[in-house]
Design a protein around this ligand. Structure first.
Ligand code: CDP
Ligand code: CDP
Length: 211
């Protein structure tokens, strides 16, 4: 049964992790944690306190003092917070400070689903199912552009594509917990798939594991 099911979803920016993760969490009745929010919150707090995001000690202090109430901010969702997050996420001390909370979340009764960059590799190497969601940088930039335009914000595709590539580069090349699929992760390339098809394929992978 799915009572203690643990699912890890990883992948690059705008691959569709969050969209898939939220649907799966409802479908399988699992506690859900968007781990990107933790790094976004550290980046935002550091910015609010005018600290140097490249200073590992200062950023680690912020991460250690993080409170779950810090995760409710609407300002965490946007592109700027994503950029700040990827800068502070490169510091090993910041990652170490956030690991215990994520691992405790993953172990709670009732099962859990976490999405991020290092869930299958570092946070939950023992997850029951690991899915690495990806899509070409062009497709991801197009989706992000359409999403923002639909919200009434005029953004230029080429600029978003550049941001996506920069974030891929930073997340993939950092020394600690770089973005990469776990050896036992299922790769799910969504470049040619709509949201419904991605959801169905993920359910198939999860149900096959359970059976
Ligand atoms: O969480 P992550 O940054 O990986 O991506 P997301 O916020 O879930 O998805 C980025 C955008 O792509 C959203 O607007 C989704 O609706 C869209 N999307 C899509 O168009 N097709 C998919 N197969 C998956 C997501
Ligand atoms: O939704 P999107 O993929 O654009 O961003 P996110 O998942 O909120 O993550 C923002 C940034 O936090 C990423 O670019 C990573 O640098 C960092 N992050 C991380 O290092 N490890 C995680 N488990 C989650 C996010």
């Amino acid at each position: 049964m799915s009572s203690s099911l643990l699912i890890a979803i990883d992948g690059p920016a705008a691959a569709g992790k969050g969209t898939l993760a939220k649907r799966l969490a409802v479908h399988y009745d699992l506690h859900y944690l968007d781990t990107g929010l933790l790094y976004r919150a550290v980046g935002r707090k550091a910015q609010a306190e005018s600290l140097d995001l490249d200073d590992p000690d200062q950023m680690t202090t912020i991460a250690r003092a993080l409170d779950t109430s810090d995760l409710d901010e609407a300002s965490l969702r946007g592109r700027e917070a994503g950029e700040l997050a990827s800068r502070v996420a490169a510091h090993p001390g910041v990652r170490a400070a956030l690991n215990a909370f994520q691992r405790d979340f993953a172990r709670q009764a009732g099962g859990a689903l976490l999405d991020g960059r290092d869930i299958g590799t570092v946070i939950c190497p023992d997850a029951d199912v690991k899915i690495f969601v990806t899509a070409s940088a062009e497709v991801r930039a197009r989706r992000r552009t359409d999403e923002l335009n639909a919200k009434g914000r005029t953004v230029i595709y080429e600029k978003i594509l550049e941001e996506v590539r920069q974030r891929d580069d930073r997340d993939s090349n950092r020394a600690v917990a770089p973005l990469k699929p776990a050896d036992d992760a299922h790769l799910l390339d969504t470049s040619e798939l709509d949201i419904e098809s991605v959801f169905r394929e993920a359910c198939r992978l999860i149900d096959a594991r359970e059976a």
